[in-house]
Design a protein around this ligand. Structure first.
Ligand SMILES: [Zn+2]
Length: 199
């Protein structure tokens, strides 16, 4: 199955709420999933929503690479194999949110720090029409929230609370370095103040 062109921010279809699908799912949906898998593989990424290839239907695919979550969340974190989620619904299981870097194949070249719920339950249907109900945390929860937003016509920059943290991917390492330097300078100032009080 050939990879499809991925629509970019500004395309009206990315703004439209996607249509709910009725099981049982037939060849048209199986083909859609194959096209989405081919497109995701060609573009490189962890998830894709059907509207991103021009199909306004409530279906996302995603995976959570184990090496990536272990690097960020420790050795006990586990990955999620390639998953198809149809007509998803997300319920936050806590009010806690965390900032994390996101990118999007529809917003190429950019990265942003986006607040997301850290603990959610997502429900929907699998490609076989059976119900799915899964509790997710951390990066897994972030990926699902990002992909499901596409089905509501929402792109990640709209979820950002501080637009200073929207930047080109190539600038992220320099930006992170400047944050580390600012934190080190604050620590040095605090240590000096402590020293002066002792003198
Ligand atoms: Zn996206």
């Amino acid at each position: 199955m050939a990879a499809k062109e991925i629509l970019k921010m500004g395309h009206p279809l990315l703004r439209r709420p996607a249509a709910t699908l009725e099981p049982p799912f037939g060849d048209d949906i199986f083909e859609l999933v194959e096209e989405m898998r081919a497109s995701l593989e060609a573009a490189g990424g962890v998830g894709l929503a059907a509207p991103q290839i021009g199909v306004s239907k409530s279906l996302v695919i995603f995976e959570v690479p184990e090496d990536r979550v272990r690097m960020e969340e420790g050795e006990t974190a586990s990955g999620v194999p390639s998953t198809v989620l149809i007509n998803p619904k997300i319920t936050p299981l806590s009010d806690e949110t965390a900032l994390g870097w996101e990118g999007c194949l529809s917003v190429p070249g950019l990265r942003g720090l986006v607040p997301r719920f850290t603990h959610i339950r997502y429900e929907g249907l699998g490609l076989d029409g059976r119900p799915i109900s899964i509790e997710a945390r951390g990066f897994h929860a972030r990926v699902v929230q990002h992909e499901c937003d596409h089905l509501l016509g929402i792109l990640y920059p709209e979820r950002m609370t501080d637009m200073r943290y929207l930047m080109f991917e190539s600038e992220v390492p320099r930006f992170m370095e400047s944050l580390r330097e600012a934190a080190a300078a604050r620590e040095a100032t605090a240590a000096n103040a402590e020293g002066e009080r002792r003198d």
